[in-house]
Design a protein around this ligand. Structure first.
Ligand code: 16G
Ligand code: ZN
Length: 550
């Protein structure tokens, strides 16, 4: 009774905007910030219910990532620090689109019954809040608090400005009973990075002019957090630009999405940086790409995208495993063949997939969206996933990690300081450095840096692992994007019926041709991807496939 009237009263303060239908897309609700007060309030309610249901801390993040500064969004972190469980998404949609407070309350009551959620008077639910640097974030956080506080017994902790991966990391750590503050996050990243650097073979140093890393912070939260981390490290030189404190606008001509899609240098970079090792974060620091500035004054970059970060991580992990196994005497040793899986989407450059397979790795494709890649990667002992756009991480299974701990102890007693033991220590350090909750530009960057150092590679050497096939992405505006239905990780169209045959026929005209279409998860468009042996061929293929969609 008391609960119902509290909900009715507070819901009346957050009327949904007229004629707007929102959906919990690949990355939560996203829209122009002015449309989001009601949605965020209601997601606050959902997060509180989710916390009661799971009896764990739940995260709520206010961000629109790489989108423009006037947009914003809200997404929920589950107890393990992953995305909100997919079976709650339909409820999120209904909740946010309910037109009146009465309707909203009846949906909630019905859902509580269906999910068998037991609300309790004393604080027994807790939601942790974070936001990126968008100005609209402050009032949206207040809306989220109102939503959480309208469920009796739900507590809220506001951490202010965080990167998305920081909040998700903290939620995961808290629910595991580990130290879970932002300071703990920085300490774990910096100490495991130091550990990896200490295990670098002596004498290997990347050459001097290449030594300093220059990072584009997208004028967002990532730059300021990286500065803090940087101050805790003494074996890496980082210069952060586009921190957002010099009038630069979030994601405008800067950031990982811009650099990856346009393949041009971000603002604040220029001819003075030719040849240097540079990296770019996105607006909430869950994406990372590297690049170097070309010397031809064209403003173009030599891009090192998510596929190449993935490749670097995958060959490093494989190398460490083989060092670790080399010493294993098959007679006496507990041999544990770790299943290593590499997870990509259809957007992965074909050259990267070929390279990974030729390196002896198992590669699987999933549909676009972190939740799909993450879920797949979690099925391996070591699952490495990346989207070409720079979002990805490495997941280690609990079983493998306890084997590795035991192995390391065993090696420490029989062959302390051996190559095998160093390999075990490196893998353990990687598992602590790389964010196990979600892709994290800051931890990814430190892992890249330590692997380049280990291998003695420049950014050019790394970029040259394989040569990307030329590709083109287009979008076609459509009235109803759900009319296109795909299968096999978005590589095959099953509806409308005739399109797939036509795509196959077009693709066959081009050497190394590959093309697919898919409905966007974030915009009312159909996306077209094409690659082929030359840029002109990729452009032509993309154009003719786009014509099929119209
Ligand atoms: C979201 C996804 C990202 C995906 C992108 C595709 C998360 C956290 N983010 O940003 O993984 O690449 O959507 O957008 O899942 P699209 O469907 O509009 O192409
Ligand atoms: Zn992002």
């Amino acid at each position: 009774e008391e609960q119902v009237s509290l909900l009715l009263k507070s819901a009346a303060l957050f009327p949904p905007p007229h004629g707007v239908k929102l959906s919990y897309g690949t990355a939560g609700f996203r829209a122009d910030a002015s449309l989001l007060q009601s949605a965020v309030f209601r997601v606050g309610i959902l997060a509180a219910l989710r916390s009661f249901k799971t009896q764990s801390v739940i995260g709520l993040m206010i961000t629109a990532s790489h989108n423009k500064v006037t947009d914003n969004g809200v997404k929920v972190a589950d107890p393990n620090g992953g995305m909100l469980s997919q079976d709650w998404e339909p409820f999120a949609d209904k909740l946010v689109n309910a037109s009146t407070p009465q309707l909203l309350v009846s949906l909630i009551v019905e859902f509580i019954k269906k999910e068998n959620i037991r609300l309790a008077g004393k604080p027994s639910a807790e939601v942790w809040l974070g936001r990126d640097t968008r100005p609209s974030g402050e009032s949206l956080i207040e809306a989220a608090k109102e939503g959480i506080n309208s469920i009796i017994g739900a507590a809220v902790l506001d951490f202010g400005v965080l990167t998305t991966p920081q909040l998700y990391w903290m939620v995961r750590a808290r629910n595991k009973g580990w130290k879970a503050t932002e300071q703990n996050y920085f300490e774990q990243l910096s100490s495991s990075f130091r550990c990896l650097m200490d295990l670098t073979p002596n004498g290997i140093k990347v050459n001097e002019e290449d030594d300093k890393l220059i990072v584009d912070g997208a004028n967002g939260v990532g730059g300021e957090k990286l500065e803090i981390l940087n101050n805790m490290l003494n074996n890496l030189a980082i210069e952060v630009r586009n921190c957002g404190n010099d009038g630069g606008i979030l994601n405008e001509g800067v950031g990982a999405d811009y650099v990856q899609k346009e393949k041009v240098i971000p603002r604040g970079f220029g001819s003075k940086d030719v040849g240097k090792r540079c990296a770019s974060l996105d607006g909430d620091a869950d994406r990372l790409v590297y690049f170097s500035v070309l010397s031809d004054l064209s403003n173009k970059v030599d891009l090192v995208d998510g596929d190449k970060i993935l490749s670097l991580f995958a060959i490093f992990v494989k190398e460490q495993l083989s060092i670790l196994y080399k010493g294993a005497d098959p007679e006496t040793h507990s041999s544990y063949q770790a299943r290593v899986g590499v997870v990509q989407t259809a957007y992965a450059n074909g050259a990267s997939t070929d390279y990974l397979k030729q390196s002896g790795l198992e590669v699987v494709l999933t549909p676009t969206g972190v939740k799909f890649l993450h879920e797949k990667a979690a099925q391996y002992d070591i699952g490495i996933y990346f989207e070409a756009n720079g979002h990805g991480t490495i997941l280690f299974s609990d079983g493998f990690l306890s084997w590795l701990e035991a192995k390391n102890n065993e090696l420490a007693s029989i062959s302390e300081g051996s190559e095998e033991q160093k390999a075990a220590l490196r893998l353990l350090a990687v598992s602590r450095l790389i964010n196990q909750a979600v892709g994290d530009a800051l931890s990814g960057l430190l892992l890249v840096e330590s692997i380049l150092q280990y291998k003695g590679w420049s950014v050019h050497k790394w970029a040259g692992l394989y040569e990307d096939l030329p590709s083109r992405q287009l979008k076609v505006k459509v009235v109803d994007r759900t009319a296109v239905v795909t299968e096999n990780a978005e590589t095959v169209v099953v509806r409308p019926l005739e399109i797939q045959d036509a795509i196959i026929a077009e693709t066959a005209k081009y050497p190394r041709g590959r093309s697919f279409i898919r409905p966007s998860g974030t915009e009312d468009v159909i996306r077209v991807y094409a690659e082929a042996s030359t840029q002109e061929a990729a452009d032509n293929l993309a154009n003719s496939v786009a014509m099929l969609v119209d």
